[in-house]
Design a protein around this ligand. Structure first.
Ligand SMILES: *Cc1c(COP(=O)(O)O)cnc(C)c1O
Length: 441
């Protein structure tokens, strides 16, 4: 094998025993010293395209008969390390990275839905996802039924013959709501459709949805996976366990693909057929790929995911306890609190902690909420979560502004709601900052 072939093989070979602990996988999975130079940190393969060995090699690559790199819209070695890393963290079979979390969600739709198809989504979602599903997907003829998934029977009730998947956030942004993933997986199994979990808020350190019956996981890697608030990204991970042949709902997986001269993805690629289909057709044709530099930034972040999540969760619990006892605070919605209605589900699905993002309401309503956001010093007032820094926002006037009042309330973003993403700073400084802001509210 020449150096070039060894390099190319990097993206296709598992690099590590899969029974390594998640802290080890976060540092090592998918990466090895560069075979040409010995560079220990994954290089940034800042190139659009990759030279072929000869004409036969080029033909095999284009036919998907061999693994390797052609063009960075489809695969790139730096991006491949991140894909393998996150697939390992989720204990999945394969992954495809995308430019953003929204791009990852779009690629799932583009792979599984025809115009006129339907899917069922939890209504406790990131505000941008509510708009993406309810407005922009609709223009493509992809019809979303939003239901309250805290009652899994609601999914059963919304089910139709045209539904192709069930989508939810296991730990929801912004409401601090935890869903019963095993009950939802049961409904999806009964109807022969995949359960797709947006695991952005929990990260694979706190919850691995595949262990509870999910079939696909999506992430906005912009948030906790990257963790430093500096890089956009998204990823879709496949469990490898969904049977695409059990019914006739998934022709894109089980029928010959005209965009790939008759290849049948579920047949040729088996338990990573979805990953291959999404990459070779949806990513190739729509093009929202992750850049190599972005993948490298995200790899720096993911190495410390377990350490960061531990501190995020410990700080968030301390802040939630402080707020719960504060006279100006009407309610705190953090599943890590014993008083929270989702506490039992959190103990089952998030035993290491209920995440870093939660909401609380002020007795002074909308105006008091805006005041707190204005008076904090160390907290940053901005529309992101999952940064090392502590973040604060008033969702009703910002991230959830495009939603109707009813949608806002249903999504846990009513007028009095303030959302925190608790960072990894000193807990005394975090609480001290909130304390002085609440004093002024
Ligand atoms: C941010 C976010 C998204 C969208 O991801 P982008 O990277 O911003 O496109 C999707 N789901 C959740 C839960 C998010 O927090």
């Amino acid at each position: 094998m020449n150096e070039m072939q060894r390099l190319k093989a990097q993206g296709a070979e598992p690099a590590l025993p899969t029974d390594y602990g998640i802290e080890t996988l976060a540092v090592h999975a998918g990466a090895r010293p560069d075979p040409v130079t010995g560079a220990r940190s994954t290089p940034i393969y800042q190139t659009t395209s990759f030279a072929f060995d000869d004409a036969d090699h080029a033909a095999e690559l284009f036919n998907l008969q061999t693994f390797g790199y052609i063009y960075s819209r489809i695969t790139n070695p730096t991006v491949a390390v991140l894909e393998e890393r996150v697939a390992a963290l989720e204990n999945g079979r394969g992954a495809v990275a995308a430019a953003t979390g929204h791009a990852a969600q779009f690629l799932v739709g583009a792979t599984l839905l025809e115009s006129g198809d339907e899917f069922i989504s939890s209504n406790n979602l990131y505000g941008g996802s509510v708009t993406q599903f309810g407005v922009s997907f609709k223009k493509l003829g992809w019809n979303c039924h939003f239901v309250d998934m805290t009652e899994p029977e609601n999914v059963e009730r919304a089910m139709t013959d045209k539904v192709k998947f069930i989508f939810c956030e296991g730990l929801a942004n912004p409401g601090g709501i935890v869903l019963d993933l095993e009950a939802l997986a049961e409904v999806s199994r009964r109807h022969g459709v995949p359960l797709i979990v947006d695991n952005t808020m929990a990260s694979p350190y706190l919850c691995r949805p595949f262990e509870h019956g999910a079939d696909l996981v999506v992430h906005s890697t912009t948030k906790f996976i990257g963790g430093h608030g500096n890089t956009m990204g998204g990823i879709v991970v496949e469990s490898g366990r969904f049977d695409w042949w059990q019914n006739d709902k998934f022709p894109s997986m089980t029928k010959p693909d005209p965009a790939y001269h008759g290849l049948t993805f579920a047949e040729t690629f088996g338990d990573f057929g979805f990953t291959m289909k999404m990459r070779a057709v949806a990513l190739r044709d729509y093009g929202p790929c992750m850049a190599a530099q972005a993948a490298w930034n995200l790899l720096q972040g993911v190495e410390t995911l377990p350490l960061r999540m531990e501190r995020h969760c410990a700080n968030a619990l301390a802040v939630a306890r402080y707020l719960e006892a504060h006279p100006k605070v009407a309610w705190v919605s953090y599943a890590g609190l014993e008083s929270n209605p989702f506490h039992a589900l959190a103990q089952k699905y998030l035993p290491r902690g209920a995440g870093a993002v939660f909401t609380f309401g002020l007795k002074g309503g909308y105006d008091a909420g805006l005041k707190v956001v204005d008076k904090v010093n160390m907290f940053s007032h901005l529309a992101n979560i999952g940064d090392t820094r502590s973040l604060i926002i008033h969702p009703a006037s910002t991230t959830h502004r495009q939603l109707t009042d009813e949608q806002k309330t249903r999504a846990g973003a009513g007028p009095d709601v303030v959302r925190l993403s608790v960072g990894i700073e000193s807990i005394d400084d975090i609480i001290g900052d909130l304390d002085q802001a609440l004093d002024q509210a």
